[in-house]
Design a protein around this ligand. Structure first.
Ligand code: SF4
Ligand code: MG
Length: 326
C-alpha cells in the first residue's frame, strides 16, 4: 500500500515586508522537505519555534499552497482533491482549542460541522456519528449540549479531536495539540490520541517543540531547522543516539531544570537565526559547536542512516576529510 503521508521536495516561500517602504524579503519557511509516513505511524516533528513546523503542517493539510513540491495522502495528490474529499482523508488538531471552536455553537454542533459540510449525510446519521464520537473522546451527552466556554481546556481539546475524527479520516495532523494544557491534562489527551490511533487505524503527523511529548508518542522523529529536516530516524534510535549536532543540542536542552518548557536554548546559545536570512552552507553552522571549514561554504546533503537521514558533513566521513570547496 502507498504510505499514509508522502511529502516530495516541499517548499514554501513567503514574501514579507517589514515597513511600508521596505522592499519585500523572501522567507523560505519550508525548504525542500521530503518524507513518508507509513500507515499507522506517528511522525513527530520537532524544532524550535520559527523553524517551519507549523508551515509544514499547513502545507500537508492543504491550508497553504506549496511554492514547489507535492503532498500525497494514501497515494493521492492533495492538490487535485476538492475540499470535501480532502476533509475525509486528513484533518487537523491545533494547539488552542478555544480559538478553533466557534463560541456560539454547542459542542454537538461543532462536532457535526465536518459532516454537515459534506452536504450529503442524512441528519439521523449525523446525530448518531456525533454521539458516537463524543463518547469515544470521553465527553458526555450533557457536555455535548454545552458551549465551549463552559468546558475546561482539556474538554475543549476533546471536542476538537471529536470534530477532527467524525469523518473518520486516515491522517491527523496535530500541531502542538497539548501545549496549551496543564501537564496532568496533557497526559490524558496524549493517551486519548494514542488510543484513538490504535482503535481507528490512524496515522499522525505530530508537531511539538516538546521533546518529552514527542518521545512519548512518535514512532519516527524528524528534526527541523530553518525549514529543513536535518535528521530523521526511528524514535528510539533518535533519542538513544542522536547524530546531528542540532538534535544533540535539542536533547541536551531538555535536561535543564524545567524540562520541555518553552523554547529550548540551553546548549544552543544565540536565539534562532532569522528565517529571512538563512546562513550559507550548513544553515546550522553559526551555532554548531562542531563546525569546520567546509560548513559555511557547502550545504550538506542528506546522508542515509539505518533508520532515516542525517544532513551533516560529519556523516560523510570521506567527504569531510576533503578540503572545503572554494
Ligand atoms: Fe555542524 Fe558542519 Fe554538521 Fe552543519 S555540517 S551540523 S555546521 S558539523
Ligand atoms: Mg508553531
Amino acid at each position: 500500500p502507498p504510505p499514509a503521508i508522502e511529502v516530495r521536495d516541499l517548499r514554501r516561500v513567503f514574501r514579507v515586508r517589514q515597513g511600508l517602504f521596505a522592499p519585500p524579503r523572501e522567507v523560505v519557511a519550508v525548504d525542500g522537505v521530503s518524507f513518508r509516513v507509513p500507515a499507522g505511524g506517528v511522525l513527530g516533528v520537532v524544532g524550535e519555534s520559527g523553524c517551519g513546523k507549523s508551515t509544514l503542517a499547513r502545507l500537508i493539510l492543504g491550508l497553504l499552497e506549496p511554492t514547489a513540491g507535492e503532498v500525497l495522502v494514501e497515494g493521492r495528490r492533495l492538490a487535485t482533491m476538492d475540499r470535501r474529499a480532502r476533509a475525509r482523508l486528513i484533518q487537523p488538531v491545533f494547539q488552542d482549542p478555544f480559538a478553533s471552536l466557534n463560541p456560539r455553537r454547542r459542542v454537538r454542533d461543532i462536532v457535526a460541522m465536518p459532516l454537515v459540510a459534506q452536504g450529503d449525510v442524512p441528519r439521523e446519521e449525523i446525530a448518531r456519528r456525533v454521539a458516537e464520537m463524543l463518547e469515544r473522546v470521553g465527553l458526555s451527552r450533557e457536555q455535548g449540549e454545552r458551549f465551549p466556554a463552559q468546558l475546561s481546556g482539556g474538554q475543549r481539546q476533546r471536542v476538537a479531536i471529536a470534530r477532527a475524527l467524525v469523518l473518520r479520516p486516515r491522517v491527523v495532523v496535530c500541531d502542538e495539540p497539548t501545549s496549551a494544557l496543564d501537564v496532568s491534562v496533557q497526559a490524558q489527551i496524549l493517551n486519548l490520541l494514542a488510543e484513538l490511533r490504535r482503535d481507528l487505524g490512524l496515522t499522525y503527523l505530530f508537531i511539538s517543540h516538546n521533546l518529552a511529548v514527542v518521545e512519548h508518542v512518535a514512532t519516527e522523529v524528524a528534526v527541523m531547522y530553518l525549514g529543513r529536516i536535518v535528521e530523521r530516524a526511528e524514535a528510539e534510535a533518535l533519542f538513544a543516539a542522536p547524530r546531528h549536532p542540532y538534535t544533540r543540542a535539542l536533547l541536551a536542552s531538555v535536561l535543564t531544570p524545567e524540562p520541555g518548557l518553552g523554547v529550548p536554548d540551553v546548549g544552543l546559545g544565540d536565539a534562532l537565526p532569522d528565517p529571512a536570512n538563512i546562513p550559507p552552507g550548513c544553515r546550522f553552522h553559526p551555532r554548531c559547536p562542531l563546525a569546520f571549514a567546509r560548513c559555511p561554504v557547502e550545504a550538506p546533503r542528506p546522508v542515509p542512516t539505518a533508520t532515516g537521514i542525517v544532513e551533516c558533513h560529519l556523516e560523510d566521513a570521506a567527504a569531510a576529510a576533503r578540503p572545503a570547496a572554494a
